[in-house]
Design a protein around this ligand. Structure first.
Ligand code: 6R9
Length: 655
């Protein structure tokens, strides 16, 4: 086990993984694509645009005459749902499974492309009957069931923008989003299954609709999933199986302009009301389709793909719905949690469906590490060939564990950096091309221009750190913040004029490869040194006893900020109190240098996370600085904070 390595050492030769020869020989993309895109970026994207079926082929690629308001493929017309469903059926692939649905209780339902087409057409007819027309907004508040995919595609089919709201969000969060978008319809369910029991959803919609500002909503369309008792308002509330079920399975898809709104997805900024990120049709579908094809090397005839994200966040939009379906993929969608009814559920699913491409988040991987190597070892994971990671920086330790214990040492790991705002993957290795380095997202994809700049917007040299920026527009970029162009300009385009500011810290290593260091707001300033939370977390997790770590900078009278860390121990690790804490502090000091030695280390059972798995460091800062907790409404489990606060005094070690 490593004890004496610095992060720089992690970049050494032995930590690199070459693409497997067989994969390199048959990969969907080769290294030449980088050259080609560099020589003619717009020509490259025009070519990718031809992956789609257009009713009117675009003659323009990019209109950047009014930056940063981009138009891609502006004179082209297409129907997004047609591209995701009908064209595959027309190509004779109607019997191919589009979705292998696995419910948490163990109920399973395959949905073929032909069936998906019928259901999407019926749902589109139902929406039309309910008065929804092109340009309207529809809120979707559903569990991870096939109807979620059908509802999104039905909206796309008739040109209504969907706004998917996480099933785990509160009535308040839902109400704010309904009001901001002016949604005319909410599609929901009686409930869904989570952690072994039915969890109601509709009551939150009922409550949201009592809030002022939500009277744009005319109906709730309710999927029956759990069969639980549900309050009902006649006239307003309608059962999906009744209204959708009686519709004809024919529906003519209408072509819309490439810049027609496809969806709004809200991201909770650190302050103020959530931002409605607006995505449009042609450019978005081009880049999600291209990236899904190349980053996962999808072979639709033989692969079984599984992205474990929830439909309520952007990964679910781009890499469950639009990317995979536009490519005719067969995929698994799973309703529940990874530990129901047992901690091997994910691996049981991989084995059952012979999953070959798995896309998940570092937080899940670290949880699996914590549960122990023996759990995945009980299942046959030999069908896997490519592994993906998204959502947070993946520390090298978790990367290597994933590669070894899930990928059996044979599968390339692609660490994909992107955001709700970017719409699709931007920085990632290509599995048949890139020699990968655990912990680094490495290279902007062909056609993408990203770099790292300093405070003055100057590009930093290799080996230095700063802010991640995107220097050229890209097809799946956000078009604005819904209803608030000024906020779009202020948030993303004012910090470094002419460049998109991602809000992430990053550094370039000596080869020019990019390493993400977490949100800029999370960077600590200790005795005048910038230290990234991601680096300290990574150092902690490289200790054999640590499964997961979260690091924050807390105000400190002498050093400006002091490093306070929260760690979850591995299942088999013993917490021998002060001795362990001393060991961990020394380990970080040895790994990163004495300046990064944590002032306090607290062992905890859980960390506060959003439903998309990101650690909420803001709340941990509140704890570390002994303040009232800020907004906890987006937490997966709000009792976690009580737990952390209760362990606070006894578990700390101070100088
Ligand atoms: C797709 C998604 C975006 C933020 C982003 C960054 C973090 C995502 C990452 C990563 C390091 C990766 N992030 N992928 N950080 N390496 N591979 O997660 O979208 O929910 O909008 O979050 O997530 O901080 O800025 P979103």
């Amino acid at each position: 086990m490593r004890t004496n390595e610095s992060l720089a050492n992690l970049l050494r030769e032995e930590r690199r993984f070459n693409p497997p020869a067989e994969l390199a020989g048959t990969a969907n993309i080769t290294a030449e694509a980088y050259e080609k895109a560099r020589a003619d970026r717009l020509g490259f994207w025009a070519e990718q645009g031809r992956r789609l079926s257009w009713q009117t082929e675009p003659t323009q690629t990019l209109d950047w005459s009014n930056p940063p308001f981009a138009k891609w493929f502006a004179d082209g017309r297409l129907n997004v749902a047609y591209n995701c469903v009908d064209r595959h059926v027309e190509a004779g692939l109607g019997d191919r499974v589009a979705l292998h649905f696995e419910g948490e209780p163990g109920d399973a339902r395959p949905v073929t492309y032909a069936q998906l087409k019928d259901e999407v057409c019926q749902a589109a007819n139902a929406l039309t009957e309910l008065g929804i027309t092109a340009g309207d907004r529809v809120a979707i508040y559903l569990p991870m069931i096939p109807e979620a995919v059908v509802a999104m595609l039905a909206c796309a089919r008739i040109g209504a923008a969907h706004s998917v709201v996480f099933g785990g969000f509160s009535a308040d969060a839902l109400a704010t989003r309904i009001e901001d978008a002016g949604a005319k319809l909410v599609i929901t369910a009686d409930g869904g299954y989570r952690r072994g029991k039915p969890t109601a959803l509709k009551p939150a919609v009922d409550e949201a609709l009592t809030r002022p500002g939500t009277d744009s909503v005319l109906h709730q369309l309710v999927v029956r999933r759990t069969g639980q008792e549900t309050a009902w308002q006649d006239g307003r509330d309608l059962w999906w199986h009744e209204v959708v079920g009686r519709q004809p399975v024919e529906h003519e898809p209408e072509a819309f302009e490439a810049e027609h709104p496809l969806f709004i997805l809200y991201t909770s900024g650190t302050t103020g009301k959530p931002k409605g990120i607006l995505h449009t049709s042609g450019g978005y579908l081009t880049q999600t389709s291209f990236t899904h094809h190349t980053v996962f090397d999808l072979k639709p005839e033989s692969d079984v793909y599984w992205c474990t994200a929830d439909i309520g966040w952007v990964t679910g939009h781009s890499y469950i719905v639009y990317g995979p379906l536009s490519n005719g993929a067969t995929q698994v969608i799973y309703e529940g949690t990874p530990d129901t009814p047992h901690q091997g559920r994910f691996w049981e699913i991989v084995q059952k469906y012979q999953v070959s491409i798995l896309y998940t988040a570092p937080t899940a991987i670290r949880t699996f590490m914590k549960w122990g190597d023996d759990i995945p070892a009980k299942f046959d994971l030999s069908s896997l060939r490519i592994l993906g990671s998204v959502g947070e920086p993946i520390n090298p330790e978790a990367w290597v564990w994933y590669q070894r214990h899930i990928g059996g040492g044979r599968c390339p790991v692609v660490d994909t950096w992107w955001q709700t705002e970017t719409g699709a993957i931007m920085i990632s290795p290509l599995p048949g091309v890139t020699t990968t380095k655990p912990g680094s997202a490495q290279t902007p994809l062909p056609g993408i221009a990203a770099t790292v700049v300093d405070d003055e917007a100057r590009e930093v040299p290799d080996g230095a750190g700063g802010y991640l920026v995107l220097t050229e527009p890209w097809p799946s970029m956000l078009r604005t913040v819904w209803g608030d162009d000024q906020r779009f300009l202020d948030t993303y385009w004012s910090r470094f004029p002419g460049q998109y500011f991602a809000g992430d810290g990053a550094k370039k290593d000596d080869d020019g490869d990019i390493w993400l260091l977490g949100r800029v707001d999370d960077v600590m300033l200790v005795s005048g040194h910038n230290i990234s939370t991601a680096e300290v977390e990574s150092a902690l997790v490289s200790h054999p006893k640590v499964a997961e770590a979260a690091v924050v900078g807390a105000t400190d009278a002498t050093t400006g900020q002091a490093i306070v860390t929260f760690v979850i121990l591995r299942n088999n690790a013993e917490d021998d109190g002060d001795e362990l804490i001393g060991e961990l502090r020394d380990h970080v000091a040895r790994t990163l240098g004495p300046i990064a030695k944590p002032k306090r280390i607290l062992t905890v059972a859980e960390l506060p996370k959003t439903r998309s798995g990101k650690i909420m460091r803001r709340l941990l800062r509140d704890v570390a600085e002994k303040r009232e907790l800020g907004d906890v409404t987006t937490l997966t489990d709000s009792t976690v904070m009580d737990l952390i606060q209760s362990t606070l005094p006894s578990a700390s070690a101070e100088d």
